[in-house]
Design a protein. Sequence first.
Length: 253
Amino acid sequence: MQVEIVVLQHRVASRLTTPWIELDAEHVARELAAGRPIVSFGDIPFDWREFRVLFRLLADVLARYDVLEPPDVAMLKAMGREGRPEAREVEAWYLSPFERSHSAGAASSAGAPDSLATVLSMSARPFLARTVDALHQRVNLAPWTQAFCPFCGGAPEFALLPRTGGRRLVCARCTATWPFPEQTCPYCGNALAGCSTSFVSTDRRYRLTGCDACRKYVKAFDVRNADRPFLYDVDAVASLPLDAAALQRGYLG
C-alpha cells in the first residue's frame, strides 16, 4: 500500500514546477520569533485538477487495503463525484492550530473525519513539499523553538539524527526539517531525564524514542549509521517494524 501511495505522489511531483516565493527577511524573522509558520495557504501553487485526481486515487488505494471504514469510503467517493474537495475545504484543513485560533471567520475543519484529513494530507504533500523546497535554504530557522513545522504548521512524523549531533524534526505534511532538542518530547514537552525509552533497528539506521509521560513516540533516521541520505517516503516504510515494536509496548503512534 505504501509503495502505491508513494508512486502516485511522485507522479504528481514530477509534473510540478518549483514556485518562486518572494521573502521579506524581517517579516519572516518576526513570524518565526512569534511562533507562526511562514507559508500561507495562498503561497502554495495548487493545480486543483491534479490535486483532485490524486485525492480520488489515494482514497481508492486506502479503500482497497481496508484502511477506511465503509462510511468514510462512501463520503470520499461522493466528494470525488462532486468535483471536491474545494479550495476552501483544503484551506480549512491546512490552517495550523495557531492560525485557526487567531483567524476570526476562518473556515473550520473541526469535527472533520480523520479519514478526510489523512487523504487531504497525502494529496497535498507533493505541492507543499515543492513549495517548501524553494524556501528551505533561504530561511534562518534559529528563532524557531516550536515542535510544529516552521513552514506549514504541520506536526512532526519523523526526525533526523545528523552526524554533527542534535536532532531535526521532519514535518509530516511538507517534509521540511528543523532543529529541536533531542531530549525533549515534541508532543508534550517533557524533558525529564529517564522519562523516555529508545528502540534501535538491527542495522542501527533507525531509532525510535517513546515518551513515558504522554506515551507517544517519534522515529528517527540516524545519519551516523546510514550509507545514503534520508528519503522520507522510503524510510517511513522501511522503519515500520519499529512502529510495531512500540505499539506492542503500549506507545501510541
